[in-house]
Ligand binder design. Structure first.
Ligand code: ZN
Length: 228
């Protein structure tokens, strides 16, 4: 689980969410050198049956994904899955700037379409980046069900995967994700996924600004050996 692929902007409220491009490149080279295949999440059964599957995810849809991450992934013939905040496409991360954080630009439609044509996967991260677990069912429906419809109308391809903002969700959220027709959803719960993991509550491994190479390797080892 990545967010921004960028240097930390001084004064940022969440410096941990920015992984510098050079560190990201080393992490991707490590994954590639160990024979992992980066997979799309849209069909988890297919993903699980790939050889050494790994899913590289990027929350929020920052422009730095296109600028910094894609060239590295392209060089290594890898792909990634990006979770978009529908109502803020082409704008900035208003859910953070409202709290006083620096604005970060989010990708616009055409950038997303170009990357989708190259094989990158796009999923929904709601319409406005809300705390679903603190929202009533009507709001959750707009954020989960409507975001899928709107993204599909705007982009013209199916949106199959969902990501709970802040890792916050409840039973209503999971039910709405299923009702909307998504094939899977990712959380911020730590760990490896197996075929018995609930595909609407998939685990991830958080990679942060301070996840230097020894820690990165340890995190992968821990997930594959201990399952968490
Ligand atoms: Zn997010």
């Amino acid at each position: 689980m990545y967010h921004k692929i960028s240097e930390v902007i001084p004064g940022s409220l969440y410096p941990g969410l920015s992984v510098p491009p050079r560190l990201f490149e080393r992490q991707m080279r490590f994954i590639a050198s160990r024979g992992f295949q980066s997979v799309r999440l849209e069909n988890p059964t297919v993903a699980f049956h790939s050889e050494k599957p790994i899913s590289i995810t990027f929350d929020d849809g920052y422009q730095d994904f296109a600028d910094a991450a894609v060239p590295i992934l392209d060089r290594l013939r890898m792909i990634g899955t990006v979770f978009l905040v529908n109502d803020l496409i082409g704008k900035t991360n208003e859910w953070d700037t409202q709290l006083g954080d620096h604005p970060a630009v989010l990708m616009e439609d055409q950038t997303i379409l170009d990357l989708a044509n190259k094989g990158f996967e796009f999923g929904s991260h709601t319409r406005t980046h809300v705390h679903l677990d603190q929202s009533d069912e009507n709001v959750q429906r707009e954020e989960i069900v409507d975001s899928k419809k709107r993204l599909e109308e705007t982009l013209g391809f199916p949106i199959q995967t969902f990501c709970y903002p802040y890792g916050g969700y409840n039973t209503t959220s999971v039910n709405l994700v299923k009702e909307a027709g998504y094939s899977c959803a990712v959380t911020t719960r730590k760990g490896l996924n197996t075929e018995s993991t609930d595909r609407f509550q998939l685990n991830r491994i958080a990679i942060r600004n301070d996840t230097l190479m020894p820690i990165f390797v340890y995190k992968l080892w821990r997930a594959f050996r201990l399952g968490k």
